[in-house]
Design a protein around this ligand. Structure first.
Ligand SMILES: *[C@@H]1O[C@H](CO)[C@@H](O)[C@H](O)[C@H]1NC(C)=O
Ligand SMILES: *[C@@H]1O[C@H](CO)[C@@H](O)[C@H](O)[C@H]1NC(C)=O
Ligand SMILES: *[C@@H]1O[C@H](CO)[C@@H](O)[C@H](O)[C@H]1NC(C)=O
Ligand SMILES: *[C@@H]1O[C@H](CO)[C@@H](O)[C@H](O)[C@H]1NC(C)=O
Ligand SMILES: *[C@@H]1O[C@H](CO)[C@@H](O)[C@H](O)[C@H]1NC(C)=O
Length: 309
């Protein structure tokens, strides 16, 4: 459709006019691909790659994970109980390792605090089963030593005494209790989710990850932190990302979008061709198409006005 008006113009005497017009119109056409494909979503934070279902810019990623991350130099996972530094994300295994700098570990004892997630977080990104919570310095009246005793499990044969004995940070519990160690409990996230530390009546906790092979491994060599396992609903994101887009959502309606550029959002993908009911309606075609239309309209008008003279 581009050829007839061009040939008309080139066939016309006024070549200087058409060249200047082309020079004026070409730069936007040349620039447009970079505009079209500039991503509206940051794809990393520090050294952590950010991919679906996560996003750090609002509107990027899956809406379920909205406002759960903050990128200020490092990536932080936000929950009602604090900001947890993200150590790594394994997108294939759908797991994320976080570290709570305010948590007690074998080498540092820190003040009492809870680990709290929102209801949504505890469903879509809960601590994985191989993350063990060790509740420490529990009172003998603690529910987990009485009615809820069954919530504590045998953690590869490890004992409270071992923990209190081998960790500098926990030795203090041993001393204060006048030779008998205060009880502790190895348990899972569900226990902590059900009861706050106050109800559990334990003053401290620590969390250990990758706990599958810790039989016979001393507490000094455990890996402290939490592994969260996330689930991703398959909402056709593959198709959007394969077409060069970022899966995201409308920040007002949270309706799913394929973010193709700063200036265009689409419902499914950025490439035409395989949209079953839409045809090739992608960003670049629209954008360049608009310019061609404008170009043709101007040329046509000018051609008309020229023929009058
Ligand atoms: C993200 O971190 C920055 C810098 O630490 C802070 O100013 C900002 O309030 C944080 N945002 C959220 C949502 O926590
Ligand atoms: C251990 O728990 C007791 C109460 O059960 C508390 O008085 C004591 O301060 C705790 N120890 C530490 C080191 O916090
Ligand atoms: C805990 O499990 C270990 C094996 O991992 C076993 O040897 C030990 O006897 C168990 N302890 C208790 C109190 O059941
Ligand atoms: C410590 O234990 C000894 C004997 O085991 C006992 O006589 C003493 O009263 C205990 N002290 C406290 C503070 O429990
Ligand atoms: C595309 O979607 C993002 C995220 O919802 C939004 O910030 C942006 O304004 C949208 N752009 C257009 C052109 O609609």
């Amino acid at each position: 459709m581009a050829s007839p008006p061009f040939s008309v113009i080139f066939g016309h005497q006024n070549l200087t006019f058409s060249w200047s017009l082309l020079l004026f119109l070409l730069p936007p056409l040349i620039l447009s691909p970079s505009l079209v494909f500039a991503s509206p979503c940051r794809n990393s934070c520090g050294n952590i790659p950010i991919k679906y279902p996560f996003g750090i810019d609002d509107g990027c990623g899956a809406p379920q994970f909205r406002r759960m991350f903050n990128c200020s130099n490092d990536l932080f996972f936000l929950t009602p109980s604090g900001s947890y530094k993200v150590q790594s994300i394994d997108y294939d295994k759908q797991s994320m390792v976080i570290y709570d700098p305010a948590m007690s570990t074998c080498s540092i004892l820190q003040p009492h605090h809870d680990f709290i997630m929102t209801d949504i977080q505890s469903i879509i990104i809960p601590p994985s089963p191989d993350t063990v919570f060790a509740l420490l310095n529990c009172s003998i009246d603690s529910p987990i030593l009485n009615h809820y005793k069954y919530l504590c499990f045998n953690f590869s044969g490890h004992s409270c005494d071992e923990l209190y004995g081998s960790c500098n940070a926990f030795r203090v519990f041993h001393l204060l209790a006048n030779s008998t160690s205060p009880p502790c409990c190895f348990t899972g996230y569900d226990t902590v989710k059900m009861m706050s530390m106050n109800i559990l009546d334990c003053t401290h906790y620590t969390t250990v990850l990758n706990t599958e092979n810790l039989k016979g491994v001393g507490a000094l060599d455990w890996e402290y932190g939490m592994k969260l396992s996330f689930s991703v609903a398959d909402l056709g994101c593959d198709r959007c990302s394969k077409s060069g887009g970022n899966c995201g959502f409308d920040t007002e309606t949270e309706g799913l979008l394929c973010l193709c550029s700063v200036s265009s959002n689409h419902t499914r993908d950025c490439v035409g061709g395989n949209i079953p009911n839409g045809g090739p309606n992608q960003a670049s075609v629209l954008f360049i198409g608009e310019f061609l239309f404008l170009l043709l309209a101007i040329l046509h008008l000018n051609f008309k006005s020229l023929t009058y003279y």
